[in-house]
Design a protein. Sequence first.
Length: 394
Amino acid sequence: MFDKKILAERTERMGSSAIREILKLISQPGMVSLAGGLPAPEAFPLEIIHNLTHRVLENYGVSAFQYDKTEGFGPLQEALAMHLKKSGIEVQASEICISSGSQGVLDALGKILIGPGDKIAVEAPTYLGAIQAFNPYNPQYISMETDDQGLIPESLEETLKNHDLKFVYLVPTFQNPTGRTIPLDRRKAIAEIIERYQVLLVEDDPYGALRYRGEVVPSIKSLCPQQVVYTSTFSKTFVPGIRTGFYLAPPFIQQWLIMAKQGVDLHTGTLNQALAAEYIRGGFIDEHVPEIIRLYKPRQEALLEAMDEFFPKDFHWTRPEGGMFIWVEGPRSIDIMKVYEEGIKRLVAFVPGRFFYTNPDDGLHTMRLNFTMSDEATLHSATKLIAESIEAAR
Ligand SMILES: Cc1ncc(COP(=O)(O)O)c(C=O)c1O
């Protein structure tokens, strides 16, 4: 009865994502998947959640189940202010707003900032979920160049010289999909450029806490606070199912983000926010994040070792100090979609990298591998099968 005529013009741009079609194939029985981007269920602290549930009922009673303010549940804003101080971010509780995951902030930013044809600068490759959030508003994407150290500051400057941008979107730490982290000297250069051009930067940081080696790098937000919307989430440090994230934004932007959220869901679930508040207040986050790292670090090492053992010499990949992904680049002559098809025949899956580019001709020779969802032995055998798929596709 209904067809496309009933849809708003923007709706068709939401499209069904090609990656979701790929993920459907992967649900076949027996398939080993390095394709997803989920945290490991073994990393979910069920014992702690039992305890948190009691604490929430005792400390907040009915108010954990009542409507609440759009900005966020007060005790969570306060707990986050305390928690962020430890990582060098000094903010008042009222400056921290709670969102339904970081995804909720990306959606709201699209809604309040992007009009048809507005220009947004992104890393090539970039986070697919951001593109999905922004697409309905019909922006024009300007891809910036990256290398092993993430965004190249000169490419940002060139982009700002040539284009009038609405904002720049970056995942500077353990990026999805590449795992790359922008080092401090580049962050300083980026902050300086962003300030000089007076442009807004969106810094998306879901993975920063998952560090397995190396030194913590300060956020770009801490280098130029007035120019940056910083967002992070409990999805990777607690559980994604509570759909609770947060952001810090310049006051003018914050006010409109709150207004946009009011129309969407009034506020993020109070019970979920109360659980997150107690997770911080009880010190559980400081105890549990190291447990998550203890689970993921050997998985990442197992994948990297297996790649060293099985992958062909003309392939190169990132060696991230944290996060959930390894990014692989083959020679330009290889079509990774063919490798993907060979992989499916062998019951192993990954995501072809082309889906993370805004330009459809880019990244045909790349792939993203996830290591959080499989144990070390599975990662070893899956890597061998992917290497065989590469040979079969040549
Ligand atoms: C870069 C990036 N941003 C945002 C998100 C969304 O996270 P959340 O669960 O907080 O909505 C993800 C999830 O994988 C991500 O990789």
